[in-house]
Design a protein around this ligand. Sequence first.
Ligand code: NAP
Ligand code: GCO
Length: 264
Amino acid sequence: MKNMFSLEGKIALVTGASYGIGFAMASGMAEAGATIVFNDINQELVGKGMAAYTEKGIKAHGYVCDVTDEDAVNALVATIEKEVGVIDILVNNAGIIKRVPMCDMSAADFRKVIDVDLNAPFIVSKAVIPAMIKKGAGKIINICSMMSELGRETVSAYAAAKGGLKMLTRNICSEYGSFNIQCNGIGPGYIATPQTAPLREPQADGSKHPFDSFILAKTPANRWGDAEDLIGPAVFLASEASDFVNGHVLYVDGGILAYIGKQP
Ligand code: NAP
Ligand code: GCO
C-alpha cells in the first residue's frame, strides 16, 4: 500500500516550535519526510530551536516572528515562499496561557491570550490559504485543548480562545474545503511541557502537586502525556491519509474527555 502517511516533498510551517509540543510535532513530520519551517518570538529561541533540530539531524528553517503581528506574518510567509517554497502544511501551535481568576484578570491580559491563541491562528491561516488555493491543496492543523470543551478555574481567557479556535477550525473547513484544504484541530490533554510545569511542581514536602494527582485521577491512561504522543496525530492530519477528514478536532488526551474520574 502506498505510504499515505508520507510527507515527502511537503513544506510544513509550525509556529512557536523551538521546543515543547511544536518541536515534537515538527520533528515527527520531518521524519515523515516534510521540510520543516518554524518561527518563534525571538532570536534566542529560534537559535535554541535550530540547535535542537540539528541535534536530531533535521535541517530546519527558523525565523523570528511574533504571530500576533499581521505585517510580520505576511512578510514571514513571503520570505518562506522565496527561500524555501510554498507552505503545504500549517500547524498553528504557538500559544500562551495566563492562569488568573477571571475577576482578577485585567482586560489587557485577557486580550493578550486571545491575541496569541485565537487571533494569531486567524492571521497565519489567512496568510497561507491563498497559495494553498493556487496549489490546489493544503493542510491546516490548529492546536486546540481540553479547554476547547471544558472550563476550569483561572483559565477563562485560554478557554475562550481555545473554544474559539475549535470554531475557527470548523469555519476554515466550511469556507475552504472546496479548494481541497483540510483544516482540523488537535486537542492535547495534559502534556508535560514548560507550559504545564507549574501544575506538576512537587510540593515543599516532596509530595505531588495536588493538580498532578488530580490529572492522574482524571486520566484513564493514568499518566501525563508526552509531547511525542502528538506526533502520530500530527502526521496523520498533515498527510493524505486524512484528505477526507475536515473540521474535526482530534483529542489526544489519554481518555480524559471520556472519563468521570477515579473515585477518591
Ligand atoms: P509552550 O511550551 O509554552 O510553547 C509555546 C511556544 O509558542 C513557545 O516557544 C512560545 O515562545 C511560543 N510563542 C508564544 N507566543 C508567541 C508569539 N506571539 N509568536 C510566536 N511564538 C510564540 O507550550 P506547549 O505546551 O508546547 O503548547 C504548545 C501549544 O499546545 C499551545 O498552543 C498550547 O496552548 C497547546 N496545548 C498545550 C497543552 C499542554 O498540556 N502543554 C495541552 C493542550 C494544548 P515563548 O517561550 O517566548 O513563550
Ligand atoms: C491548565 C493547563 C491546560 C493545558 C491544556 C489542556 O492550566 O489547565 O495549562 O490548559 O495547557 O490546554 O488541554
